[in-house]
Design a protein around this ligand. Structure first.
Ligand SMILES: Nc1ncnc2c1ncn2[C@@H]1O[C@H](COP(=O)(O)OP(=O)(O)OP(=O)(O)O)[C@@H](O)[C@H]1O
Length: 340
């Protein structure tokens, strides 16, 4: 596709960063790979064109996992300096787990980025997730059998640790970013873990060209994620209404519970989301896994089908009980007290 090969023009980039010009400061998460180097370059160009705008601070996290990472961070610093941007390298110094390393590294990375945002008075952290990442995320979740919320993949903006995590390049292809860098004659690092078949994401990435041949290219997959996200947002509004109707947020709800009859009459998807919301709010061990909430709802339904419904179960640190025509969800006692 010809437009996949074209560099991003300044006027198009302006649209990507729309809504960010009134932020006091912004952290740019720059790994040194092509996507985030392009993010830094595009953001710097956008900022230069503004008379007044946010302070941009580039941050690289060195996970201490690859020997080349320190040099890559220095390369980012050099480029940041040439763009007149301050740059900081943050190191993940904690113990590294034997399994689930990518997830642990991601957790540490976002924690360090959020700390940097707070330190620099930034309201936003920008990451360089692309349309290709979005397609991979959808595919990964599809294969796991995720629900509608999971299949919505990544949103442009999510709140985390008191800052906004913003993904301005979510609709841009990686090929466009590379074309942008080539045109600007800017080099970037190649992270071999992106191709390491020991990890799920690179294995799925390797499947993408085959899927594209069958019409399942990143553009179509990302569009599917956007459509699912739209349906998910509509469902959430319906759940807000149902939550209000059942007065689930009222103060005496944990003690008195809510009326089981109108709850039982609601569609299954709404009931699942209602249970999950209350459990996640009350339980403090959440978020509860969708599969477990599904099992719980089946048990609640079975109990409600009986002449004298009775049920008591614990999930994600919440106790769910059914009795006297009401459903109650309250906090479970702390684990140690429970096992005594
Ligand atoms: N070491 C790093 N330092 C700073 N930012 C990083 C680093 N690694 C990743 N990022 C930021 O996160 C974005 C996504 O990176 P990547 O696709 O590698 O993440 P991931 O491990 O798949 O996890 P997730 O997609 O959930 O962030 C990058 O474009 C970049 O903005």
């Amino acid at each position: 596709m010809p437009d996949d090969q074209s560099a991003i023009l300044a006027r198009d980039a302006k649209r990507l960063f729309a809504g960010l010009s009134s932020a006091p400061a912004i952290v740019l998460a720059v790994s040194g790979g092509p996507d985030s180097i392009a993010l830094m370059w595009l953001a710097a160009r956008w900022r230069r064109a503004l008379a007044r705008g946010p302070r941009l601070v580039a941050v690289t996290v060195d996970h201490g996992l690859r020997p080349e990472a320190a040099r890559e961070a220095r390369d980012v610093k050099r480029l940041a300096r040439s763009l007149d941007l301050p740059h900081h390298t943050l190191r993940w110094s904690g113990p590294k787990p034997g399994t689930g390393l990518p997830a642990a590294a991601r957790e540490a990375r976002y924690r360090l980025l959020a700390q940097a945002a707070r330190k620099h008075g930034a309201t936003h952290i920008l990451t360089a997730h692309t349309r290709d990442d979005q397609a991979e995320t959808l595919l990964m979740r599809l294969l796991r059998g995720s629900g509608i919320a999971g299949l919505s993949a990544m949103a442009r903006e999510t709140a985390r640790d008191g800052v906004w995590l913003t993904r301005p390049l979510l609709e841009i292809s990686k090929a466009d970013l590379i074309a942008t860098l080539k045109k600007a004659r800017i080099g970037f690092a190649d992270d071999p873990t992106n191709r390491d078949p020991a990890f799920t994401r690179p294995r799925l990435r390797a499947l993408m060209p085959m899927l594209a041949e069958e019409g399942g290219d990143a553009r179509n997959l990302a569009r599917l994620a956007a459509r699912i996200a739209r349906a998910n947002a509509a469902l959430e509004v319906l759940v807000d209404g149902a939550e209000h109707y059942l007065a689930l947020k009222s103060e005496d709800n944990p003690r008195n519970g809510f009326d089981a009859a109108p709850f039982a009459a609601m569609p299954e998807e709404i009931r699942l989301r209602l249970l999950k919301r209350v459990i996640d709010r009350t339980g403090h061990e959440g978020p509860a896994e969708l599969g477990k909430v599904e099992t719980l709802l089946a048990a609640v339904d079975e109990a409600l089908g009986k002449r004298e419904p009775k049920l008591k179960q614990t999930l994600a640190g919440a106790v769910i009980s059914v009795g006297g025509g009401r459903i109650r969800i309250g906090p479970a006692p702390p684990r140690r007290a429970r096992s005594r």
